[in-house]
Design a protein around this ligand. Structure first.
Ligand code: COD
Length: 300
């Protein structure tokens, strides 16, 4: 199966039981709007942790009805995140969502050794983009958590992403490992890692996907461009997942797709005890709603 638009995610979650979602630092209008919509659509049952007065004020201003929802008053941001994470660690809910709090604060709580959401695996971020100029959704990893992944980290990131894509119905996702060029250049580490990942895939050391790399961005997403350069590849021009060399490249691509190409996006953290909805504070309410859908699709 191949997904063409983020609204296809609704088909995947429909009929599944509602997920209990904890919104940490819930006093944020876009996050509240998205969560309440997902509640009305029977996708989640939210628990709001944050500044209760600020939450009430936002709801009054925007006409959100939260009667019947559990609201836990915790005005100190760090404490509201800690309470949310502890609740998930205690298996009292299924999904964590970031509200009005910085990414680093949230991730550090998630990684807390005592009460965090570690599993022993590497945690990684995945974003799914709907871009008008591409024939299907395209996933990008890691644009928000792992800063400079080494080869071992990249293997874990691919495995996290591939398992997740299987949950969405992909059988053999096509993975392009990006570099600045499509040839191995001994001075460009990203191309060396890409070649190793491809070979590991050929030898079945990384399974259930087709990996090719290094590929430059143009030949990863354009069949014409790959053909023009004489690249023979099952992945080129038909990529499902782009593996980024590092967070800077990933984050710039993310923002370029959203701001220049007006792409729609949904994103979550994988590999923790539960899926974590982690969108940028500048992301739209729609992006937050679609990310909630994605977390429900990822949740067991
Ligand atoms: N998965 C599992 N464990 C991890 C991971 C991971 N991805 N990252 C770190 N750990 C573990 C380490 O093994 C170690 O035990 C502990 O956590 C601390 O590791 P450090 O010292 O490398 O990490 P921190 O705590 O300084 O930072 C972890 C962050 C995730 C906060 C850091 O990597 C980070 O800031 N990432 C980028 C976040 C960001 O700014 N994104 C912006 C884009 S919107």
């Amino acid at each position: 199966m191949v997904l063409k638009s983020l609204s296809d995610l609704k088909g995947i979650v429909s009929g599944k039981p509602r997920k209990k979602l904890v919104l940490a630092a819930a006093h944020d209008q876009h996050s509240l709007g998205a969560v309440i919509q997902a509640w009305h659509d029977d996708i989640v049952e939210p628990i709001l942790i944050g500044d209760a007065r600020a939450i009430q004020n936002i709801c009054m201003e925007y006409g959100y009805n939260i009667d019947g929802l559990q609201v836990i008053h915790e005005p100190v941001t760090e404490m509201s995140v800690e309470r949310a994470v502890r609740m998930l660690n205690g298996k009292q809910a299924d999904v964590l969502m970031k509200g009005k709090v910085g990414t680093t604060i949230l991730l550090k709580c998630v990684l807390n050794r005592e009460w965090g959401l570690r599993t022993g695996n590497l945690l990684s971020h995945i974003a799914l983009f709907e871009v008008e100029t591409y024939h299907k959704l395209i996933a990008v990893t890691d644009v928000a958590m792992n800063i400079a992944p080494n080869l071992k980290d990249k293997i874990a990131i691919v495995n996290n992403s591939v398992s997740f894509l299987h949950k969405l119905g992909y059988v053999m996702p096509k993975v392009a490992v990006l570099g600045a060029v499509e040839m191995v250049n001994e001075n460009m580490e990203a191309t060396l890692d890409a070649a190793l990942l491809s070979k590991m895939n050929q030898r079945d050391q990384i399974k259930n996907c087709i990996i090719d790399g290094p590929l430059a961005f143009d030949n990863a997403i354009s069949y014409e461009s790959a053909k023009h350069k004489g690249i023979r590849s099952e992945v080129a021009g038909d990529t499902d997942l782009l593996l980024m060399p590092d967070i800077e490249v990933g984050n710039v691509l993310y923002k370029s797709l959203v701001f220049f190409a007006r792409a729609k996006v949904a994103s979550i953290i994988l590999g923790a005890q539960v899926p974590i909805v982690l969108t940028s504070r500048s992301d739209s309410e729609q992006a937050k709603y679609d990310s909630i859908l994605l977390s429900a699709a990822a949740s067991n």
